[in-house]
Design a protein around this ligand. Sequence first.
Ligand SMILES: [Zn+2]
Length: 242
Amino acid sequence: MRYLPDRWDEKKRRSLKKDFLAAAGIFLLAVCCQYVKDTLADRADASAVTDAPGEGDLKKQVALTFDDGPNADYTEELLTGLKERGVKATFFLLGKEVEKYPAIVTAIKEDGHLIGTHSYEHVNLCNLSDKAAIEQVNKTNNAIYEVTGEYPEYIRPPYGCWKSNLDYETTMIEVLWDVDPLDWKTGNSDVIAKRVTSKVQENDIILLHDASESSVKAAFKIIDKLQADGYVFVTVDEILFD
Ligand SMILES: [Zn+2]
């Protein structure tokens, strides 16, 4: 008999322990369920943000490039329009013109655009000896450095012709293009703009020249249309290395 109370206590203790474990189990299950529910809700919220119409569009990048400047008649008009629209572009300059119009080059730099090299006097670098081609590049780079205090890193070779060994000889990074509306062949800015906006895609580099009224007007039309479509204009380094 003297074991009865003990055995009863033992039974009661086990029963209490079972109840406690069951309660703890239910509690843990509830906590887990809530956690899973919250996590799924968070994921649903996150995907709702990503999938929201227009959200992804804000990240579409495109780059405008202007060759052959600085131009005494059109570059400043272009800079004004770019500033009004909050657009940064890339200018591939001719060394000879940089020496003639340093104030325009300063304005390009001060507005935050990227400056690259085109060549000194618009020659096809592939038709030159390596030595002469390097001289075209270095002369232009030095002219730009004299004005801006920075050596350019990027080159748009005239006619898109660049010998790959010159990458090492000059340390320049070659930048070609994705969309060429042949703006120098027509005086119609609507035609130029349409040729670009009808085929441009995300991360494309667009080739234009700040060398005519129609090209400048076309640039503004392209910007207005593409900004309305959710594009953001960046300099070529952001397209090439981001
Ligand atoms: Zn050119």
